[in-house]
Write a protein that binds this ligand. Structure first.
Ligand SMILES: [Mg+2]
Length: 196
């Protein structure tokens, strides 16, 4: 099985700097025309930052699984179209299970008002469903390397596989290099990983 990149959106392929600077350009007529035809939300994706993710995929042959809140209300085809409209060459394989809003009886009894589920738990749930060997093993039980590319750190037991970005700047070249190194950790060569 291929290595997996769990991809966040906000703070990774956009940044607070990008979103602020973008606002100055939205009034341009050409940009308004483009925006009418573009997938919803595409103006919030930075092509330069997305290009770094594209490089990670091209150089490692990893699959992309979206872990961002952007997976709510968008299927894999819409997510793929969204990224391709901003220059990506990869397609989105899947996305992690949707956020759990309902409290368990134990959480209610413990006085919780929000669920205790972390993004790491959602990633683990995806690994378990798609053929992982179970929590507690290397790469969360996945038989190939995984990386969680994210600007937040609630990854629970999967924190060793987190490449943490700075939401002010998004994914950097150094972050991309690190992710590539981690995804190649078992020596998997690109030629051995068929791309669909
Ligand atoms: Mg984020």
């Amino acid at each position: 099985m291929n290595p997996i990149l769990f991809l966040d959106v906000d703070g990774v392929i956009n940044s607070s700097h990008y979103l602020l600077s973008y606002r100055f350009d939205v009034g341009a007529p050409a940009e308004q025309e483009r925006a009418k035809r573009a997938p919803r939300g595409s103006e919030s994706i930075c092509p330069t930052l997305l290009g770094r993710v594209d490089r990670i995929v091209r150089e490692t042959g990893c699959d992309v699984v979206v872990s961002s809140a952007w997976r709510h209300g968008r299927d894999v085809h819409e997510l793929t179209a969204l990224f391709r409209s901003r220059g990506a060459t990869f397609r989105v394989r899947s996305s992690t299970p949707l956020d759990r809003w309902i409290l368990t009886a134990e959480e209610i009894a413990a006085g919780r008002t929000v669920t205790e589920e972390t993004r790491g738990d959602q990633v683990q749930a995806w690994l378990d469903v798609h053929g992982g060997r179970g929590r507690g093993e290397r790469w969360g039980g996945w038989p190939a390397p995984i990386v969680l590319l994210d600007d937040t750190s609630d990854m629970a037991h999967l924190t060793p596989y987190l490449v943490l970005t700075d939401h002010h700047v998004g994914v950097t070249d150094a972050d991309a290099e690190r992710a590539i190194g981690m995804l190649r950790a078992d020596g998997a060569a690109l030629a051995e990983v068929p791309r669909g």
